[in-house]
Structures are given as structure tokens and as C-alpha cells.
Design a protein around this ligand. Structure first.
Ligand code: HEC
Ligand code: HEC
Length: 316
């Protein structure tokens, strides 16, 4: 496995650039004879920027030449979280991802955590991992027909998957999420959507059968998620298994409320620990059943996809 440009480098690069600019302006101000800038340091900083740029170009060319190259989506060793303020934000982001409803009760309306769906600390392939996203966003999304920042994408999940309210864009919490995602991306090249992003692909042309879906649900899901998909809870209110329906679950405007989207998650990841054991048809059948169980209602869903192109499984 190749070592790719570390995601920190963009910021290292930026830091180096800022350093150089800073150094140059010190020179400009030091005409009056205060502190002379260290030319050697300045040259070294420039050389660092140049070599990072060269490495970035090399990686881009590599990826272009070999687009199917697999990138390793996983959680980096926690010991690589720096022992400084940025590292503290990374750790806070990790905590928020795993204890979202406990930590952010004003922003979460249900009893889910980000990692209820973004499994493995948001770093598991085919469970919509976050690795690489800071180098992929901003992107155009047809759901609101505009370019979205990563922060706006995070807030999309707050308003739908978490049935809650958006975080303030400039809050410490939002910065913690982005810091954590950036740290997760340290081995990912900039601007490349890795294999394993999103969910496994399924055959979207199959017709769902919710009656069969109900049987599959009873046989393969109820043991953990409960008879009505309500989840199972400890005495302290934390879940043992999360709600996939009912008031503690995602709302009907969430991606997970769409039959084919939910089916592709279920196919790859459920029953938990036994991913890829259902057929596409079974995953679609069971998804068409549990997504339609009672759940919170998202207001203004009719405003989604304002320029058209809504997928067939969108809820209105
Ligand atoms: C109920 C399940 C669920 C929960 C809970 C959830 N999400 Fe998501 N999230 C999704 C789905 C579904 C997608 C879309 C995946 C796709 O289409 O490939 C998604 C996509 C994303 C993306 C974009 C991924 C990409 O590849 O472009 C980000 C970022 C994200 N979620 C962040 C969060 C954060 C942060 C939280 C917690 C505040 C959260 N999500 C909670 C289901 C969930
Ligand atoms: C062995 C127990 C188990 C079984 C069986 C199981 N799940 Fe899950 N499910 C989990 C766990 C654990 C999570 C992730 C929770 C976490 O890590 O925080 C999860 C997460 C989910 C989620 C995303 C989170 C949410 O609450 O919306 C969905 C959707 C889901 N399961 C659907 C299903 C479906 C459909 C089936 C049956 C085909 C199924 N599960 C079978 C344990 C199970």
C-alpha cells in the first residue's frame, strides 16, 4: 500500500505558506532595522512547500493512471491524534460522533448517534465512511440544487437522520466534527472519492415487496431492533440496539428512509456482523417495510430536489 499525501499536509502546506508569507512581511517591516529574517529558514519553508506540491501532483497522476486503486478506509491509530488544541478538537469530534444524542440534546431529536449508521467511528468502508470527505467537499447536491460545504452536509444529517436542528456553522462542535473527519483523512488523497464511500451498490430496478419484507423483518431484524423497530435500551437510556422506526429513529426526509438507499446499507451491513448475507431482493423487501413504519415527519420535504432529478424512492 502506498503512502498517500497525508491530509494534514494541506494544512501543513497552508501553515508553511503562511509561514513564508509571514516571513516575507517581517522582511518588509524590518527595513528600519529591527529583526532580520532568517533566510535559511525561509528557503527551507519554500522548499517544503515545493516538495509537498510535487508529492500532491505525483499522487494525482498516480490516481489518474490507476483509478481503480483501492484506498484503505480505516481508523488511523489514535496515537496519531496530536497532543494539542487541534488534537483536542479531533477527540471531541470522535466523542460527538459516538454519543451524539447524549452530548448534543438540543440538536438531536431522536436517540441515534452518527455512528449508528456511520459504523466504526465513521471509518468503515460501505457504511458511508467520512475518510477523505474534507478533500471531496464542497460538492453540488441535487437535493437542494446547490454546492454544499462539508459543514452543510453534516447539518443535513442533523436535520434528517438525527431528526434535529443544525449546529451553528462556527460552533466548536461543528469544528470538532470537521477536525475529526480531517484527521480520519490523513491517508487519503485530495479530491478522490474512494471505493467504499457510501454503501454497497444494489440493483435499483428490482420491485420491492413489503409483504415479504415484513417476514424478513420478523426473522432477521426484530431480535435486535425490537418488534416495531423501536430499539433496545439500557437503564441509563443509552441504546443496546438503535431504533430503526418510531419516535427515536430518523425522520422520513432522511436518506435512510428511502427504500433503495436503506436497502444498500442493510445489504452491506445488516444483520450486524453478517453483512452481504441477504440478497438484493431481500434487502429491498425488508427496507421497503421498515422504512415505512411510523417515524418522525420532516417538514418541507416537498422543497427537496427543487430542480428535479429526485430519485424514485424519495418520500414526499
Ligand atoms: C440514520 C442513519 C444516519 C445517521 C444517524 C447519520 N447519518 Fe450521515 N448519512 C446517512 C446516509 C444514508 C448518508 C448518504 C450516504 C450515501 O448516499 O452514500 C449519509 C451521509 C453523510 C455524509 C456525506 C457522506 C459522503 O460520502 O458524501 C456526512 C458528512 C454525514 N452523513 C455526516 C453525519 C454526521 C456528522 C452524523 C451525526 C450528526 C450523521 N451523518 C448521522 C445516514 C445517517
Ligand atoms: C445482531 C443484532 C442486529 C441485527 C439482527 C440487526 N441489526 Fe441493525 N443494527 C445493529 C447494530 C449494533 C447497529 C449499529 C449500532 C451502533 O453501532 O451504534 C445497527 C444499525 C442499523 C441501522 C442504522 C441505525 C438506525 O437505527 O437506523 C439500520 C437501518 C438497521 N440496523 C437495520 C437493520 C435491519 C433492516 C435488520 C434486519 C435485516 C437489522 N438491522 C438486523 C444490530 C443489529
Amino acid at each position: 500500500m502506498k503512502t498517500y499525501l497525508q491530509a494534514k499536509p494541506p494544512s501543513t502546506l497552508l501553515m508553511a505558506a503562511i509561514f513564508v508569507i509571514g516571513a516575507v512581511s517581517i522582511t518588509a517591516c524590518s527595513e528600519t532595522g529591527t529583526k532580520a529574517v532568517d533566510r535559511v529558514e525561509e528557503a527551507e519553508a519554500l522548499a517544503r512547500v515545493k516538495s509537498l506540491e510535487a508529492r500532491a501532483t505525483e499522487i494525482k497522476n498516480d490516481m489518474a493512471a490507476n483509478p481503480s486503486a483501492k484506498l484503505n478506509i480505516s481508523m488511523p491509530d489514535e496515537s496519531t491524534i496530536p497532543d494539542d488544541e487541534y488534537g483536542a478538537a479531533v477527540r471531541r469530534g470522535l466523542e460527538l460522533a459516538n454519543h451524539t444524542y447524549r452530548e448534543l440534546p438540543n440538536n438531536v431529536g431522536n436517540q441515534l448517534n452518527c455512528t449508528s449508521c456511520h459504523l466504526g467511528n465513521g471509518s468503515e468502508a460501505y457504511a458511508a465512511p467520512w475518510n477523505g470527505l474534507p478533500g471531496i467537499f464542497p460538492i453540488y447536491r441535487s437535493r437542494d440544487a446547490r454546492v454544499n460545504s462539508l459543514q452543510e452536509r453534516v447539518n443535513g444529517c442533523f436535520q434528517r437522520s438525527m431528526d434535529g436542528k443544525p449546529l451553528d456553522m462556527d460552533s466548536d462542535e461543528m469544528n470538532a466534527f470537521i477536525s475529526y473527519m480531517t484527521w480520519l483523512s490523513q491517508d487519503m488523497p485530495i479530491g478522490v472519492s474512494p471505493e467504499g464511500r457510501g454503501f454497497v451498490k444494489i440493483d435499483n430496478t428490482l420491485t420491492p415487496d413489503p409483504v415479504k419484507g415484513k417476514e424478513i423483518f420478523a426473522q432477521t431484524c426484530v431480535s435486535c431492533h425490537g418488534e416495531n423497530g423501536e430499539g433496545q435500551y439500557n437503564d441509563d437510556g443509552t441504546y443496546v440496539y438503535p431504533a430503526i422506526a418510531g419516535e427515536n429513529s430518523f425522520n422520513d426526509g432522511a436518506g435512510m428512509a428511502r427504500t433503495y438507499k436503506a436497502a444498500s446499507f442493510v445489504k452491506g451491513k445488516m444483520p450486524f456482523g453478517q453483512g452481504n448475507t441477504l440478497t438484493d431482493q431481500e434487502a429491498i423487501d425488508v427496507a421497503s417495510y421498515f422504512t415505512q413504519l411510523p417515524r418522525p415527519v420532516k417538514a418541507n420535504k416537498d422543497k427537496d430536489w427543487p430542480k428535479g432529478g429526485a430519485p424514485v424512492d424519495v418520500r414526499r
